[in-house]
Design a binder for this molecule. Sequence first.
Ligand SMILES: Nc1ncnc2c1ncn2[C@@H]1O[C@H](COP(=O)(O)OP(=O)(O)OP(=O)(O)O)[C@@H](O)[C@H]1O
Ligand SMILES: [Mg+2]
Length: 242
Amino acid sequence: MIQIKNLIKYFDGKKVLDDINLNINTGQFFTLMGGSGQGKSVFLQHIIGLLKPDKGSIYIDGQDIVPLKEKNLLEIRRNFGYLFQEGALFDYMNIYDNLALPVREHTTKDDREISILIKKALEEVELSGIEQKFPSQLSVGMRKRVGLARAIILQPKLLLCDEPTSGLDPATGYAISCLILKLCRELKTTTIVVTHDVINFFDISDCIAIIHEGRIAAIGTKDEIRKSEDELIRRFVINHPI
Ligand SMILES: Nc1ncnc2c1ncn2[C@@H]1O[C@H](COP(=O)(O)OP(=O)(O)OP(=O)(O)O)[C@@H](O)[C@H]1O
Ligand SMILES: [Mg+2]
């Protein structure tokens, strides 16, 4: 369970996160939606501890991570999978080494155990057998899937995805959203997606929050959000064919 209380963040005198309060239940598929520049990535970076708020708390399974030092955060991050907006693969390493990175960083597993984990993670994202390829030899959609394989290789309790479908064609975007949902359900991973992709994520999320100018403008199930009479939410929902 993740509890976010009174989270406030300023950048250059501007309030980027404005008193965010959220509860995300264990195993839930939670999506934070909003337009560009509304604070989605900044929010996600707070949960992983890459940014510290000016005020507020972030409880992960009862522990406030805000006061933690880097060393303790590293231990907590062992249970996190993070899919970066651009996949963030290292171009000079093949797929095997890219996927081995978090395993080598967080565990003492030997080469044989690592190769088994890599094989399994690639199977999960339906990219078996590409261990020896380099990122430049893959399509953008394949790179996203490798990024996802790396995020889930240690079976994280919490999966965080920043714009997992941006820059993809509609079919690939749909496939990636289905894959994230499947992993959430199969591995019982609490999943937080931040995105403006209403088409692919609105219907599949257990809970949706809409962020506008750093504030949570609406939160609820898809049916609750659809019923909202708030002008801003109606525009956001109506502007997208859901
Ligand atoms: N490290 C930083 N230093 C200063 N300002 C920042 C920093 N990171 C983000 N911001 C500002 O915070 C605001 C929110 O940015 P954020 O990246 O969270 O938007 P976003 O909702 O993820 O947008 P997008 O959909 O384009 O990815 C923006 O005004 C941005 O310029
Ligand atoms: Mg962003």
